[in-house]
Design a protein around this ligand. Structure first.
Ligand code: IYR
Length: 219
């Protein structure tokens, strides 16, 4: 089929690109949330946006499980904190990893999982059951789901919502809570809400574009 996206004059293109960059430059991972409720439609929009991601063989190997049920959120918190206590206090995080995390100041307290309005867990489908009962293998699953999560985060940020790419590993407990088959692997848990009024984040800086963009020429 034909595909002819609008050709944007370069001045406008740069303006739009810069505006989008500025928007995204303001995004921070947040661990201090307000308990204000977020309308379901915001989550729907973010998932619809994530669902536009390119994927291996267009298999769209993702499932987004969302809950704003206080009981389920609490169950997730208890299970996540159990794993994180093993990570932080039980020595499962190797010393080098703990050192890398020290400036972020994280610990096994995941009380924000009770506070946030929504929790969305993204599952990666290693394979997908087909209507005829067969199991279809999926390709480039991590790449595809990672891109979808990036778009999801960008959409939430564009709506003034805060989130965190939380991975309380091992995350097998999420298959049970959300009744997902063993063909699906919990990929990232996103607590979603408005940032708390007194929200603070670690004082981090980003690498400069010159540090991450290398240009190559033959002559
Ligand atoms: N999953 C743990 C540990 C953790 C790991 C990384 I890499 C981070 O950037 C932050 C935390 C936790 O959520 O605390």
């Amino acid at each position: 089929m034909k595909y002819q996206p609008e050709r944007i004059p370069i001045d406008d293109a740069l303006k739009r690109g810069r505006a989008f960059h500025e928007l995204m430059e303001g995004r921070r991972s947040v661990r201090m949330f307000s308990d204000e409720q977020v309308p379901r439609e915001c989550i729907e929009i973010a998932v619809a946006t994530a669902n536009t991601a390119p994927s291996g063989a267009h298999q769209q190997p993702w499932t987004f499980c969302a809950t704003n049920d206080p009981e389920i959120k609490h169950e997730i918190r208890l299970a996540a904190e159990k794993e994180e206590r093993e990570n932080y206090e039980g020595g499962r995080l190797p010393p080098a990893w703990r050192e890398a995390l020290a400036p972020i100041g994280t610990n096994s307290d995941k009380s924000y999982l009770d506070v946030v309005s929504w929790i969305v867990v993204v599952f990666a489908q290693k394979s997908t059951p087909m209507p005829d009962g067969s199991l279809r293998k999926n390709y480039y699953v991590s790449e595809s789901v990672g891109i979808a999560c990036g778009l999801f985060i960008a959409s939430l940020h564009s709506q003034g919502l805060a989130t965190l790419t939380h991975t309380p590993n091992p995350m097998g407990f999420l298959n049970e809570i959300f009744d997902r088959p063993s063909t699906e692997r919990p990929y990232i848990l996103f607590p979603i809400g408005y940032p708390a009024k007194d929200c603070v984040v670690p004082d981090l800086t980003r690498k400069s574009v010159d540090d991450v963009l290398l240009e190559f020429k033959r002559k």
